[in-house]
Write a protein that binds this ligand. Sequence first.
Ligand code: ADP
Ligand code: ZN
Length: 707
Amino acid sequence: MDVLDARLVLKRSFGFEEFLDGQEGIVSEILSGRDGMVVMPTGGGKSLCYQLPAMCLEGVTIVVSPLIALMKDQVDALEEKEIPATLINSTLTHAEQRERIARMRAGEYKLVYVAPERFRAEGFVAAMREVKVGLFAIDEAHCLSQWGHDFRPDYMRLGQARAALGNPQCVAFTATATADVRKDIIGVLELEEPFQTVTGFARPNLSFNITAVEKAASKFKRVKAIVEEHKTGIVYCATRKRVEEVAETLNSWGVKSIAYHGGMTEEQREATQNKFISKKADVAVATNAFGMGIDRSDVRFVVHFEIPGSVEAFYQEAGRAGRDGEAAWCELLFNYADTRTQEFFIDGANPGMPLIRDVYQYFLNAAGANHEVHVGIDEVKDAVGAKNGMAVSSAISVLARNGLIERFDVKGQRMRGTRLRRPEVLASGMDLDEDALEEKELRDRSKLQAMVQMCYGAGCRQQAILEYFGEMDAEVCGACDVCCSDYGTESRDTSENEDMIVRKVLSGVARMSWKRRGEWEGRFGRGRIVQMLTGSKSQEVMKAALNELTTYGILKVEGTAFLNELMHALHDAGLLVTQRGEFPLVTLTKRGEEAMKGDGRYRIVWPQARKESMVKDGGTGGVNGETLGELAPFDGTLFTMLKDLRNDLAKQDGVPSYVVFTNKTLEAFARLRPKSVEAGLRIKGVGPAKAEKYLEPFLATIGEFEG
Ligand code: ADP
Ligand code: ZN
């Protein structure tokens, strides 16, 4: 059957003129007989991808779907199109089930929807053996991943169910696009060399922006500018305290806003949420507890006040902007120091075996003769001497999930009681899956790491997000901060000689880092690394015995200034990463490690080019007391402030922003920080006319920034 026939079926049986994005490729892969893994967002048109092949393949297509109500709707819709379909789930009597299975055997249906728990029944599986199954389609396949948000144990059994059906062709469908979940699905269903399609996740109406900010004050400045320009939106904060602080600040500016977080009562949350939905408030300031149920399509901006814990969370939250398809603005205010809050959450969600044991031991000790304990989390926390209350709650959840304890409501009290379910089990004899617990913690940490790396990335934001989810062929979006600035457009491949220098730097950084559990950890700052590479004899270098490294002094001829710049460029190119806020330590990223080993597929803004582009030809004098060769470090906050100022001026004058100053000129301002008109005039892109018209406010902003 070829594509033409598929189009015919699309029109005749389903009444659609055209395939939606991605459908045609998926249908033709399925018709070629391969196993497959399809990831498509909700509403993308997944059902058709198995319903159409069902019409063309021999035998019946079994669709496993977890939601009984949806099943019914689907079958009704198919019957309306005169497609022979039915469903089998627990709402049927045994007699009805038997009858439908018999009709399946007789080949009367093209599609049969089956609830996953049916495969638990031996009798059902045995009866199904004689049915000719053409395709085994698993809808909402993420339900079989323990890392998904919607785990259903019955889904774990579908691999065996498939085997029992004689291993028919199997295709899994889900809207959850993470690599972890995909891997689980392929493993459990034992998909054989499946085609994998991730499609439809791009949000072309959203502009993604990541802004480096160092001070809280600059964050508020950005929020103010964004609220003024875009009016309606959501500000996500990492903590309750920050939610309240930001909401208060917004209200003090006269912006109608609500605060929303998990510490509020159910009624309070509902009331505030309704205020936002009914448009009585323009801005919602919230933790990630907010959003599941919000149905407001005209959200024009989403700001992340701090870095979220994963790209998944980021995209889901940012994606609440622009549901109506109109342009919307997403901005993440990035400060590396904020990752600590996320690390604290990860610690809280992953209590670790020792704490789990301590908490269990505490319950064993404290339980009365009825095996019950009535205490709040705080008391448990104090009793076991834990620092992180969240970790204690998580430990309790782990114990409950594993059937060692159960929690119950105590009449007339707010706290919940705990009952030992297997009081004979000692703390030393708990049989918890420690590997799984450890693996989950590692996954949480690497998700955060991926989010951090995205913030340091120098490529199109939308493309980076889609790549993370497995959609590899996305175009650059043309709307994100990277696409819209010319900052970074000079990035290019390196020559052989340049690549050698890069690899020397990276090797030096590797020798000055730890590698633990496959993750790089920095031990030194940029300055010290450059000292080592140039063979400095300073005390600090000697004390740390850096002169004994094989990379000591290997880039002496390149000089300190150049190497400083190169380190910045490697950073921007995503090969190096800076860890920890107040004491920045530099280490390799995964891509950096690859490049060190010889993978030349990276692009970089080579420092020389940057230097030349910044200063006018023949400029030899110092700017700001510095020699031109020694460029000051780039400050993202100042750059952003200058950009805002430039955009305001451009708007005032009704001209495109580059007519005021280009981004490259602003970058030079941010690096060289001119304080006088003469100093400003030495920067490329600042002529006498522009200087007269625009320079003054920029000098003032720089002065203000330096305070
Ligand atoms: P998903 O399961 O991915 O959430 P559905 O399969 O329910 O999405 O499809 C979403 C909507 O798109 C449905 O109303 C469906 O009828 C419609 N649809 C699917 N394919 C097409 C098509 N080729 N042309 C027009 N509408 C389509
Ligand atoms: Zn882009």
